[in-house]
Design a protein around this ligand. Sequence first.
Ligand code: AHR
Length: 307
Amino acid sequence: TTMSAIAEPPPLEKKDRYKVGFAQTESNNPWRIAQTKSFEETAETCGWDLIATDATGSAAKQVADVDSMIAQGIDVLFLPPREEKPLIPAVMKAQAAGIPTFLVDRSVDQNVAQAGNHYVSFLGSDFIDQGQRVAEWVIENFDGDKGIIVELEGTTGSSPARDRKSGFDDTIVKDARFEIVASQTGDFARDMGRQVMETLLQAHPDVNIVYAHNDEMAIGAIQALELAGRKPGEDVMVVSIDGTRDALQAIIDGKMGVTVESSPFFGPLACEVMQKYAAGEEIPAWVKVEDRIFTAENAADHIDEAY
Ligand code: AHR
């Protein structure tokens, strides 16, 4: 027939060495650098000839990077799609070229592309759960009468920004003490987090809780708060997600309350899942990464292994 729906992702041949593509989104934060390093280190142990690219924060470049990997004849693609919709063409083109794709850490629009069909599987954290756990921690640990919250969102159109927002917002509204007075993107970046926080502080000087969708923006917010004479950790509770070294240090210093882990160390998992797929094993649509939680109780125990 001329119109046959492709029912499953391309298979992966069993080989000693694979040409592996890893198309990174950007490298302006420690999380991304740790993720790329994890793939580079795994290349040594998993028999990969790795082609790693850096889209420098541009979804269009990330699509072009995947195009060039396809042209170079990669056997398999690991893709953290920067944004959910713009990266759909990259997933579709890899599939059309017979290259099995694994989405790592971020996802694409599920209405258009699905695991077990357009790509093999999604390897990553439960971002909704991360947001919920931050909100639950705030509900338990905030001891004021009224919690005035500023939310710093991740990259607009990315799956972690959407899910970390809904997970947090849907949980925090259940407690009438809390109000989110502003929610704006800081693009997961420290500088932008600082700038957005500076602006929002002027409009909402009574803010006493900052929820940032990642640690880099939380650190930027702490800088803005301190510059404005506020005392993060004392008069403003700062909470976020990732588990970077700077965030764990901020917790130890008493400036940050909690960070829910979002592990960037995907290399070993990618190796394992890829080998299983090549062996013909069934791969679940979502290979879930379990995340820990870091607070004043355990931050010092984990800072040495942090990135
Ligand atoms: O997709 C995961 C998020 O992307 C991390 O939380 C953030 O730091 C990174 O840029």
